[in-house]
Design a protein around this ligand. Sequence first.
Ligand code: PLP
Length: 428
Amino acid sequence: MRRRQFVNRLAGGFAAWFGAPFIHTKISKAWETFIPGEDKIGDERFWSFVREQFPLTHERVYLNTGGLGASPYAVIDAVVAKINELERISETGHSEQLWASVKQKAGTLLGCDAAELAYTRNATEGINIVCNGLPLKRGDEVITTTHEHVGNAVPWLARQKRDGIVIKLFEPSTQSAAENLARIEHLLSKRTRVVSVPHATTTTGQVLPVKEIAALAKAKNIWFFLDGAQTAGMLNFNLHEIGCDAYATSGHKWMLGPKGTGWLYVRKDMLDVIQALEVGAYSDKSHDLQTGELTLHPTAQRYEYGTLNTPLFGGLGAAIDFLQKIGMENIWRRDAELSTAFLKGLQEISPVEILSPLNPTERSAMISFKMKNIDYLKLQSFLAEKYQLRTRGVGEGGVNALRISWHLYNSFEDVNRVLEGVKEAAQL
Ligand SMILES: Cc1ncc(COP(=O)(O)O)c(C=O)c1O
């Protein structure tokens, strides 16, 4: 049977099983009419159905969502439809209504108010807005980790160079959350102004004790910024409950949105603290060049300016709809099941050293490991060539490991395939 026929037959079978009419022309139509329920979500066939919503090739196994997430047809269709609509009339398509509705969806997903969200091009843009917008003076100290992604390292380094702020580092401990709090406390001084850490590290996927760090920062009158590039669309959390002052994330990783999208959250009472340095059309509530009057927009929209890519913005809204149809609780449960199965399998392979936390409450869906008998980049090439696995080598923080990301389009067969490859690599 040819693959396309097989997929259509498979999807037709699911349509019967889910009781939804299946339209053969676009797989996203099957998705649109599908009504999820608890009984279906616990069934392995449901996740195959989810997998078929992605054009992602079956020729290799994609395990780098921490780098870039694959988008489903529903997102691609939304972007293409909007481009086609707008290019016919050559308009920007920017509308208050669209902006309000997508931000409302994002606020529900992230656990904050729509008015606290600015649309960005990536997580790094949000990080820059916070890093450069905070009123810091020469000698003011910022605490961060030795495991930062370049996106949360370079902006602070640039500010250090420009304004003389001081960066203090701690090595994240994967042994205990309490140890990380202790390491932060140890670095505190009278000059500490900011704690800027990842929600989940790019190196080992470790989830830091963010609520506890927020409470500590609040008690010490320090600003707390979270680099959330690795958590929106993977973990089920609520920004208001975490209590951070600001949070930046990508739309194009776990959220499955179009490439070149992101969100910046700035808590309402921080809007006048984190200065909007780059402004223009849409940043203001009112302005008058004649009188010199300028009132910034009362919401986080003040950080947006100029013509934006409306099709991408709409596509990010479609990505949130896709995630919410499954439900963040179910997505995280699935990602945790896959990554836990992988971790357990790894533990049985002897030259493997697991770098991600073993404690499930500190673990995300990214598992990093290395092998005593083979360099991590050679291992990456071996798995790519022999097993068609797309993984990510992590050199950040000197960890020199391989990172495997597990998301909703992955399966337990994928888990077995990676383990098989690692077992063979153990014999090299
Ligand atoms: C922790 C962390 N921060 C920031 C980034 C940068 O994300 P973006 O490319 O969306 O700016 C990444 C990307 O991998 C990351 O892992």
